[in-house]
Design a protein around this ligand. Structure first.
Ligand code: C2E
Ligand code: CA
Ligand code: CA
Ligand code: CA
Length: 279
């Protein structure tokens, strides 16, 4: 009724109205971000612990907002998911990252894999809409040039479209990594079923941890288990040489974190690669 509506209005505090207005404004700006070329990819190196070599890179999305400056994913990915813009963004990220993989493979003379993050929402489409495999063959990219990072929840989504899209990616030579591993509902059976290639140990098991802590014991157990299943392990949030040494000793394959580098623009990332120098 009219009265109920009026009463309800009083429950909206001034800050809630401001929040709603802020969301609507951001949504409009986000819609224009791609055509206005405000989205940018940063890259963070993934280091092979045994050699110290930059072996791979992870693409991380940034929004260069004309007034607010550089915005992190935590400030706009949820909005992109709610609005459906994430599909467009995700395809753009994949295509950009593929082009960089191609360039860095040529520059280094060895396959240089780039990974992208995919939101669970991107898999929730009725059609098999992620034509990433076809795109890779058009670009002429080699098998394993790209890897897609998904969270454990995606594997637990029992919808057939999620399973089909994961299998489509595998058939196209795109590798799969489980992101933030250890924070969700882990099932070994799913790792095998979807032929997952990498486990990324969540930062909470690495950064700020003390030697002999429970968190480190869990990380060490994940590494042993992953290797028995034939998966490679990437540790996230490596911030100190002590953490790196512990992980290497525990048999972890790759490390990623501020110790090696923060995420940087592609031009800066290129400086971190060991390039072929003409003889
Ligand atoms: P993530 O995939 O777990 O990415 C790692 C995050 O940890 C990045 O934050 C990175 O900057 C940060 N990080 C890396 N090393 C360290 C370290 O040593 N210490 C600390 N404290 N932090 C570290 P970022 O770039 O803000 O990204 C946050 C999340 O946003 C990502 O978490 C990912 O889930 C999501 N995201 C990023 N790019 C995309 C994208 O293109 N699409 C989608 N759907 N999600 C994305
Ligand atoms: Ca990730
Ligand atoms: Ca695989
Ligand atoms: Ca992560």
């Amino acid at each position: 009724s009219k009265n109920a509506g009026r009463n309800q209005f009083h429950f909206f505090t001034r800050s809630m109205q401001e929040q709603a207005w802020h969301r609507i404004t951001m949504m409009g700006e986000l819609r224009n971000a791609l055509p206005r070329k405000e989205l940018q990819l940063y890259f963070q190196p993934v280091v092979e612990l045994a050699s110290g070599r930059v072996a791979k890179g992870e693409a991380l999305l940034r929004w260069m907002h004309p007034q607010k400056g550089m915005l992190l994913p935590s400030e706009f990915i949820a909005l992109a998911e709610e609005s459906g813009l994430i599909h467009e963004f995700g395809n753009w990220v994949f295509m950009q990252a593929s082009a960089w993989s191609k360039r860095w493979t040529e520059l280094t003379g060895t396959l240089f894999q780039v990974s992208v993050n995919a939101s669970p929402v991107q898999f929730m489409q009725r059609k098999r809409a992620l034509h990433w495999g076809r795109y890779l063959s058009e670009l002429g990219l080699a098998w394993n040039s790209m890897s897609v990072e998904i969270t454990e929840g995606v594997l637990f989504n029992t919808s057939s479209s999620t399973a089909e899209q994961l299998l489509d990616m595998r058939d196209a030579g795109i590798q799969v990594a489980i992101d933030d591993f250890g924070t969700g509902y882990s099932s070994m059976a799913y790792l095998k079923r979807f032929d997952v290639d990498y486990l990324k140990i969540d930062q909470s098991f690495v950064r700020g941890t003390a030697p002999n802590s429970t968190r480190r014991t869990i990380a060490e157990t994940i590494i042993v288990m992953a290797h028995k299943l034939g998966l490679k392990v990437i540790a996230e949030g490596v911030e100190t040489p002590e953490q790196r040494d512990w992980l290497q000793h525990a048999g972890c394959d790759f490390g990623q974190g501020y110790l090696f580098s923060q995420p940087v623009p592609p031009e800066e990332f290129e400086q971190l690669l060991s390039l072929h120098s003409p003889a």
